[in-house]
Design a protein around this ligand. Structure first.
Ligand SMILES: [Zn+2]
Length: 122
């Protein structure tokens, strides 16, 4: 029931023999040096992704960290929805698109200097 194998374990196949010297004719493919990219950190802040809610951003005019004030204006989508509601559903619903933020453009303004920041539209 017992194995008769008592010999020493053969050396692992990958183990090089003593005094192994790698072949000198083999050269790894030369690695292209990475291109020299100037590490210039662009400090001009990218425009903040504006949403339909007041957004915290940096005012491009007065450079203050502000929470924008949002003015909602009707866009073409709003008028189309109003027309559709008026014609096909019921005319009292015409005011609904004008009350829905998601159907309107959100104009962001700086509360400090009233500078126009940007418009968010769906
Ligand atoms: Zn400002």
């Amino acid at each position: 029931m017992s194995y008769e194998y008592k010999g020493q374990q053969p050396p692992p196949y990958s183990a090089p023999p003593a005094g192994f010297t790698p072949a000198t004719h083999f050269q790894p493919p030369p690695m292209a040096p990475p291109p020299q990219v100037p590490t210039v950190i662009i400090t001009t802040s990218a425009p903040t992704q504006l949403g339909e809610e007041p957004t915290r951003t940096k005012c491009p005019s007065c450079h203050a960290d502000i929470l924008t004030t949002v003015d909602y204006t009707a866009n073409s989508c709003t008028h189309i929805w109003a027309l559709v509601l008026c014609l096909f559903i019921c005319w009292p619903c015409v005011c609904v698109p004008y009350c829905m933020k998601s159907c309107q453009n959100a104009n962001h303004y700086c509360p400090n200097c009233n500078a126009f920041i940007g418009t968010y539209s769906n």
